[in-house]
Design a protein around this ligand. Sequence first.
Ligand code: ZN
Length: 282
Amino acid sequence: MGIFVPLHTEAGDSMKVFVSILPQKYFVDKIGGNRVEVSVLVEPGASPHSYEPKPGQMAALTKAAVYFAIGVNFEEVWLKRIASLNPQMLIVHTDRGIKKIPMASLHSHDEKGRETPPGRINLDPHIWTSPPLVRTQAENILKGLIEVDPAGRTAYAANYNAFIDEINGLESYLRDIFSGLEGKEFLVFHPSWGYFARAYGLRQIPVEIEGKEPKPAELHHLIEHAMERGIKVIFVQPQISTKSARTIAKAIGGQVVIADPLAENWTGNLRSIAEKFREALR
Ligand code: ZN
């Protein structure tokens, strides 16, 4: 009757949730659809190994209904503080049910017992680079969303099924890409691709050792190894400074190529990175 009635906007109704890293935003957006509004703690360009949340982010966390943790290093320091800011917030450990592997190095065992104190193995947190492990994370996300918003159960379940179909499609694409390349090695600066490599029968050779640049002798050994195997590409990621990557590339007569494990467009990004890996492995 001529009276303007403001519509309920989807954004106004949506539930505020937080994730640690950008690929998780992709997962939660897929399953939560327009019932959720996802914020990411680790800002683009920052490293989830050493992130420190901004005061504005800590304030925003007090209004969140869910925090989707994934087990990246900064959570070890911050998750308790985040939880104490907002006791009503549900914390979902999306890595639940995932068996993590030790961080990779050139040798599977360390003859000198270097740096890693006995009994304390650094487990590899990069579980989002493996489609089979993202299926487990998706299930944990689904359960968490239904727990805090049971009214959305039907919508979440439908979105989840569509996302699982997307993951299955991605997997068959990746299996095709890497068929016949099983056992091949690729060189990466920072070991983000261990679970990805394992899923498709490849082997990741990291330059970093326990998160540090290699010492000259280690660097020399790595260069020899790469030259023996005819490796011509070293993969780097934009979040991590790669002083020695160019040195290695020069020494092996190869090139530095970017493969970003933290891009938001998870499916499209893994497809294009797989193509770069295949190019390097041929
Ligand atoms: Zn990393």
